[in-house]
Design a protein around this ligand. Structure first.
Ligand SMILES: *[C@@H]1O[C@H](CO)[C@@H](O)[C@H](O)[C@H]1NC(C)=O
Ligand SMILES: *[C@@H]1O[C@H](CO)[C@@H](O)[C@H](O)[C@H]1NC(C)=O
Ligand SMILES: *[C@@H]1O[C@H](CO)[C@@H](O)[C@H](O)[C@H]1NC(C)=O
Ligand SMILES: *[C@@H]1O[C@H](CO)[C@@H](O)[C@H](O)[C@H]1NC(C)=O
Ligand SMILES: *[C@@H]1O[C@H](CO)[C@@H](O)[C@H](O)[C@H]1NC(C)=O
Ligand SMILES: *[C@@H]1O[C@H](CO)[C@@H](O)[C@H](O)[C@H]1NC(C)=O
Length: 256
């Protein structure tokens, strides 16, 4: 009896979105994906607030880019170094509900008006891409231009990037300022997208609302974050917030 109850608690805390899944008529599972069940407001069918693509082999995609993590504030998306990728692919990352954050830098090739504002000189990064040889393609790595976002704004300025007149999207990286220092850590071949839902706040009572202005069309948006110590999607229409799931695990250990 005790074991049964504990199993129930664990089940609820690990798979809360199963409960709300049917209500919203949104497919939230992507078979074979490490992300298996994605939280509200994400999903893979047209009934979902933020629709991602799920491939038959379990890749969760935005455009051609694979989503690695869905976090309360951002999506971690891989942007692998590649020769010859059309720059238009970048526009797919500027969606109705997400866009690259200003803490990213984008590496481009074949630019007519390169603007070197990079937080790290593009040549410094070159050794990290040694095994990628674009020389066969016009404008190999040696000619890569790097655009870093202006971190006083929230999102990476798409217009500024297009103004560089580049034809190839080579890769990108995430920068994190370490503490108060001037040191920067770099996460290569990945970028972070900020995400939002359209309209004014619609969070559950125990969540904070973060207002977001869409960089794509300037419209009003928001994101919900459960208050400290709680976890969940934080949305009134989702599963809201609950106590952290550390607890049921501890319960199991105390039983066995
Ligand atoms: C889930 O939705 C389907 C149709 O979309 C319906 O047939 C089924 O009864 C629903 N299940 C629950 C538990 O609501
Ligand atoms: C899924 O298949 C595509 C090609 O269709 C491939 O590029 C990708 O790497 C595959 N993903 C996984 C996780 O195997
Ligand atoms: C998902 O795939 C469809 C069809 O290829 C495409 O129209 C849509 O833009 C894709 N959505 C995302 C988020 O990549
Ligand atoms: C890159 O490829 C070109 C021709 O495809 C070759 O001449 C060159 O040596 C290669 N460079 C490196 C660093 O492998
Ligand atoms: C490198 O870029 C410049 C313009 O930024 C261009 O004139 C030059 O031809 C490019 N070099 C190669 C090898 O493509
Ligand atoms: C982007 O362009 C705007 C308008 O031209 C400019 O004010 C801003 O400083 C640019 N941002 C960066 C990071 O260069």
């Amino acid at each position: 009896m005790i074991k049964l109850m504990i199993f129930f608690i664990v089940f609820v805390s690990i798979s809360p979105s199963i409960i709300s899944q049917n209500l919203t008529n949104c497919e939230r599972s992507c078979p074979y994906s490490p992300l298996t069940q994605v939280p509200y407001p994400f999903g893979f069918s047209s009934g979902c607030q933020i629709q991602l693509n799920c491939t038959y082999n379990g890749s969760v995609l935005i455009g051609e880019f694979s989503v690695q993590q869905i976090n309360p504030d951002d999506l971690l998306v891989s942007l692998p170094a590649m020769c010859g990728r059309q720059v238009e692919a970048l526009s797919l990352l500027y969606g109705e509900h997400y866009a690259p954050l200003s803490t990213n830098a984008i590496l481009l090739e074949m630019c007519t008006d390169p603007k070197e504002n990079c937080i790290i000189p593009a040549t410094t990064l070159q050794p990290n891409f040694e095994n990628i040889n674009c020389s066969g393609v016009q404008g190999g790595y040696g000619n890569v231009s790097c655009y870093s976002g202006d971190i006083s704004s929230n999102f990476l300025e798409y217009e500024n990037i297009t103004r560089m007149g580049c034809r190839r999207l080579f890769s990108g990286f995430i920068t994190d300022i370490i503490g108060d220092s001037r040191a920067v850590s770099v996460h290569l071949q990945m970028i972070k997208l900020g995400w939002w839902l359209k309209g004014s706040c619609d969070c559950s009572g125990d969540a904070d609302c973060i207002k977001v202005v869409s960089p794509v069309d300037g419209s009003e948006g928001h994101r919900c974050n459960c208050k400290s110590g709680l976890e969940g999607d934080g949305y009134a229409a989702g599963s809201g917030c609950r106590e952290g799931k550390g607890m049921p695990t501890l319960n199991i250990r105390s039983v066995y």
